[in-house]
Write a protein that binds this ligand. Sequence first.
Ligand code: FAD
Length: 370
Amino acid sequence: MRDHRPVDVIVIGSGITGTSCSYHLRRLGYKTKMISSPLVRRSTPEGKAIACAGTSDLITRMSDARGVDFAEKIWAYYGRAMTHLLSYLQEKGIPVVQGGRYYFSKDALEQSEHDAALVHAAFSSASIATPKLALAAIQQEPKTLCFDIDHLLTSLCEGEEVISDHVCNISQTDGGTLCIETQGNQYTSEMVVLAAHAAIGDFDCLPDGSLVPYEDQAILLESRLPSPYHVLGNYYSWKHNHFWVQVIGERLLRVGGARFLRDRAGIGGHQLTIHKKSADLVCQSVQDMFACDIGAISIVPTVGCLPCDEVAVIGPSTLNDRILLATGFGSVGLSGGFEAGRCLAQMVDSGVSSDLPREFWPERLRHFGG
Ligand SMILES: Cc1cc2nc3c(=O)[nH]c(=O)nc-3n(C[C@H](O)[C@H](O)[C@H](O)COP(=O)(O)OP(=O)(O)OC[C@H]3O[C@@H](n4cnc5c(N)ncnc54)[C@H](O)[C@@H]3O)c2cc1C
């Protein structure tokens, strides 16, 4: 086992969130180390990417469940996220096209979902997103940014070594130092930022049975993926990450898409249930995507399949405040993840981040835990 010198902060995950956090920490004078798994592909897309200031259907659903004030705070966060991301791209000379339209999906299902959300917001209930909020979602600046994601990630990592290793466990010594274990190595650090989206449930950072963001809710399926696709650890997603598949065993897939697995994505629910109809829809979607026959031998809710509120989880773990978490960005990860990294760096530095709404903190999940 190799011995590593302690560093100020270890960042786990080299997607947009981890690289942004590490970049902002280094700017604040911290010594960082980034560890990222060769087994788990990042969910950050490749090539040209689009960042947007929150999606209006997401914000509308949020305001329905949690009230307009709540949704407006989250909306404002994504607005700041876009401003900071744009400044970074411009400062580093990364070409960026600013879009004039807010919603641009060509997918009929997504469009109809979006339209339905707007109609709902505008007409059905005054206490839901008011027409003002729904219109703001379309008209408010900034709108969309299109840029090369690889260029952005390379720029954020510049000068930093990313260690390719799969983290299995995080524990704490009596002295308080954190011990990060991989299969062959051990690293120590005073603080950890866990930016390992979609794998966060594998770590002991949330109370047992916690509510988790909708991306982390899943069912298990027997894999009949064609051979080029069935690669252990591979992660696929489509429809803006609303559906995703991870190859977790020789014949086993972990399949998520809780917006479809649970009524209203589980908002307001308190039962661990998956309706067969919803599960069938998810299976069908996997089948269509890979043009293969998928065998649904078991529809098993995994650890993450609990009530969900579709709000990202960003902030100190309720079990150990030296571990900061960031996950659950859905299809707004490029602006949200960049901003989360920036805010978490501030939090490491001073204990708080005035730009990070407390509504994101994992503490809101506490009452669901054991
Ligand atoms: C195809 C696709 C298209 C998308 N398009 C858009 C878009 O246009 N706009 C938008 O805003 N969002 C989009 N999204 C969503 C967005 O990309 C994600 O929300 C965002 O990239 C998540 O970033 P992240 O850094 O939090 O996580 P990730 O990019 O998933 O990074 C997590 C990192 O953690 C590492 N990791 C995981 N487990 C471990 C472990 N045990 N040990 C060590 N490392 C570990 C992984 O290897 C990975 O590097 C898209 C997603 C996909 C899949």
